[in-house]
Write a protein that binds this ligand. Structure first.
Ligand SMILES: *[C@@H]1O[C@H](CO)[C@@H](O)[C@H](O)[C@H]1NC(C)=O
Length: 497
C-alpha cells in the first residue's frame, strides 16, 4: 500500500517570473514569447506593462486563458503630467517626433513606484524579475524587495559583446573625437569587426541620454544574469565570450519566435494586428507563387520612410524583376503623392508585386514556402526570424544595433547581401538619402538570383534554420537552458512576502 502523502509536503507553488518589457514592439514581442514559454513549461509568468500596451496584449492573454496557462498581463497606470509628452503616447511606435523619446523614458522611469506597489501586494514575493535592458528603473525595485533580477537583452550576443568590449576599452571616447569615415576595430572580439563613429555600438548614446544610459549599464552590472533571444549553434563563440565578459550566466533561449510554431493565431496575435481579410489575401497571393521566388520587404515597427525614399524602394523592387511582397506602413502611405505613386506602381507590377498597407504576420510570411528572401532593417527579431526560417537576407540597417547585426549576418553567418547603408538615419529624418533604387535592385537581384554565392547563402540559411528548430525542441540547447532557468528559480522562489 502506498503511504499517504505527508500533509506538510504540499506541492510548492511554481516559480513566478515577473516580466517587464520595454514598451516597443521589437522588445515586447520576444518577451511575450518568453513569458508564454515559461507558462507552458509549468512556471507562472506575469507581464507588466501599461494600459495602452496591455490592450495590444489582450489576444495573448485570452489565448493563454483558453489554454489554462498561468500567464497574466498586469497593467500599471501610465504616469500623467510628464513634461513634453503629449497624451496618448505609451509606446515607442506611437512617437511622431524625435523630441518625444526622452519624455517617454521619463514616464517609464516613474513606473518604479507602481511596480513596487504591485509586487508588495502579492501574497508571495515572485521568484525573479526579468526586465528589458532598457528598463534600468526596475533595478532599484528588485533590490529594495530582495527579488533576484535578470535583464533581457534584445540584440544578438555578437552585438552585446561588441558593446561591452567597446565600453571596457574606451572606444566611445575615441569615436567621439573621430571623423565620420575613420574606421575602428572593435577591441577584444574573437573576429575582426570594423565600425565607424556612426555604426559603433551603444544604446541611448546620443547627447542628453547619459544619465539614463549610465543607469541601464549599472542595472546590467548588478543583475543576476542575462536572457538573450538567440541560440548556441548560431553564435556560440560570442555567447561564451559575452558570458565571460559579463561574469554572469547568459541564458540563450531562442529563437523565441519558434514558440509559435504551427499556430497561425499565435503568430498573428503576437505582433500588431493585421486585418484578417488582409492576412488571408496575403496567404492566397503567396500560395500562387513558386517556392522560394518571392522577396519579402519590411522594415520593422519603428522605421518610417519619407516619400522620396519610399519611391526609391518601389522602383528598385520593380527594376529587380523579382516577385515581391512589400509592407508599407499606413503612416508612410497617407501623403497624396505617395498614394497616387503606389497605385501606379501596383498597376505596373500587377501579378508580380503585392504592396500591403499596414501589417502582415511576419512569421506566417517567412515560414511560407514561396518566400525566398527578406529585405530587412536588421532589427534582431527580424533577422533571427528570417534565419530561423532558413531565409537569407538583404541587410539595410537603419540605427542602433542594426549595423552590427548586419556584420554578423554578412561576415560571420554568410547569409546576407548588404545594400550599402553606411550611416544611421533618424527615424523621422527626411534629409538623408542613404540608399537609391539601383542599390535595391542590385541587392535583391544578387539575393534572389542563381550562382554559387547565392546558392551558398541559401544553403547556410537553411542549415541555421534547421539548427534553430533543433535548439527549441526537447534536448536542444535553448529548450534545456529554459528548463535549467526554471529549476534554478524553483529552488529560490516563493518565499513569503
Ligand atoms: C545553456 O546550455 C548550454 C548547452 O547545453 C550550456 O553549456 C550552458 O551552460 C547553458 N546556460 C546556462 C546559463 O545554464
Amino acid at each position: 500500500m502506498a503511504p499517504a502523502e505527508e500533509p506538510t509536503a504540499a506541492t510548492p507553488p511554481p516559480p513566478h517570473f515577473v516580466i517587464v518589457p520595454l514598451v516597443a514592439q521589437g522588445h515586447t514581442i520576444p518577451m511575450v514569447d518568453f513569458a508564454r514559454l515559461l507558462a507552458e513549461r509549468g512556471a507562472r509568468a506575469s507581464i507588466v506593462t501599461t494600459p495602452a500596451n496591455g490592450a495590444r496584449l489582450r489576444g495573448v492573454a485570452d489565448q493563454a486563458a483558453r489554454a489554462k496557462l498561468a500567464l497574466e498581463v498586469i497593467e500599471l497606470p501610465f504616469p500623467t503630467g510628464v513634461d513634453g509628452l503629449p497624451p496618448g503616447i505609451e509606446n515607442l511606435d506611437q512617437v511622431t517626433d524625435n523630441n518625444h523619446f526622452a519624455p517617454l523614458f521619463d514616464a517609464l522611469w516613474r513606473l518604479a513606484g507602481p511596480l513596487e506597489a504591485y509586487l508588495r501586494a502579492l501574497a508571495a514575493r515572485p521568484s525573479c524579475i526579468v526586465s528589458d535592458w532598457c528598463n534600468g528603473w526596475t533595478a532599484g525595485v528588485a533590490t529594495s524587495l530582495g527579488i533576484p533580477r535578470l535583464f533581457f537583452h534584445g540584440p544578438s550576443c555578437f552585438y552585446s559583446l561588441c558593446d561591452l568590449n567597446s565600453v571596457d576599452h574606451g572606444l566611445p571616447k575615441q569615436t567621439a573625437a573621430a571623423g565620420d569615415h575613420e574606421k575602428f576595430v572593435v577591441p577584444g572580439m574573437p573576429v575582426h569587426v570594423e565600425v565607424t563613429k556612426a555604426t559603433a555600438p551603444g544604446f541611448m548614446n546620443s547627447p542628453g541620454w547619459e544619465a539614463l544610459s549610465a543607469e541601464c549599464v549599472e542595472a546590467m552590472r548588478t543583475a543576476d544574469g542575462a536572457v538573450v533571444n538567440t541560440f548556441l549553434d548560431l553564435e556560440d563563440q560570442f555567447v561564451a565570450c559575452y558570458e565571460a565578459a559579463l561574469g554572469k550566466p547568459v541564458w540563450t533561449l531562442g529563437p523565441l519566435c519558434l514558440a509559435n510554431k504551427d499556430d497561425a493565431d499565435a503568430m498573428a496575435a503576437r505582433g500588431n494586428k493585421a486585418d484578417a481579410a488582409q492576412r488571408s489575401a496575403v496567404t492566397a497571393w503567396l500560395d500562387a507563387k513558386d517556392a522560394g521566388s518571392v522577396v519579402y520587404v519590411s522594415f520593422g515597427s519603428l522605421v518610417r520612410k519619407p516619400p522620396k525614399l519610399l519611391v526609391e524602394v518601389g522602383h528598385g523592387l520593380e527594376d529587380s524583376g523579382r516577385p515581391f511582397l512589400w509592407v508599407v506602413k499606413e503612416a508612410e502611405a497617407v501623403a497624396p503623392e505617395v498614394r497616387g505613386w503606389l497605385a501606379a506602381l501596383e498597376a505596373r507590377t500587377a501579378g508580380r508585386g503585392l504592396v500591403v498597407r499596414g501589417w502582415v504576420p511576419q512569421l506566417a510570411v517567412l515560414s511560407h514556402r514561396a518566400v525566398g528572401g527578406f529585405v530587412t532593417h536588421c532589427g534582431w527579431n527580424s533577422l533571427l526570424e528570417s534565419v530561423a526560417h532558413g531565409v537569407p537576407v538583404v541587410t539595410w540597417p537603419h540605427f542602433s544595433d542594426q549595423f552590427l547585426n548586419e556584420r554578423l549576418a554578412v561576415d560571420v553567418l554568410g547569409v546576407g547581401v548588404p545594400i550599402g547603408a553606411t550611416a544611421p538615419v533618424m527615424i523621422f529624418d527626411d534629409e538623408n538619402m542613404p540608399v537609391e533604387r539601383e542599390d535595391v535592385a542590385r541587392a535583391v537581384a544578387a539575393l534572389m538570383g542563381g550562382g554559387a554565392e547565392a546558392d551558398e547563402r541559401r544553403r547556410k540559411a537553411r542549415e541555421y534554420g534547421e539548427k534553430a528548430h533543433r535548439a527549441m525542441e526537447k534536448g536542444g540547447s535553448s529548450y534545456e537552458n529554459l528548463t535549467q532557468l526554471i529549476e534554478s528559480f524553483r529552488k529560490r522562489g516563493g518565499k513569503q512576502g
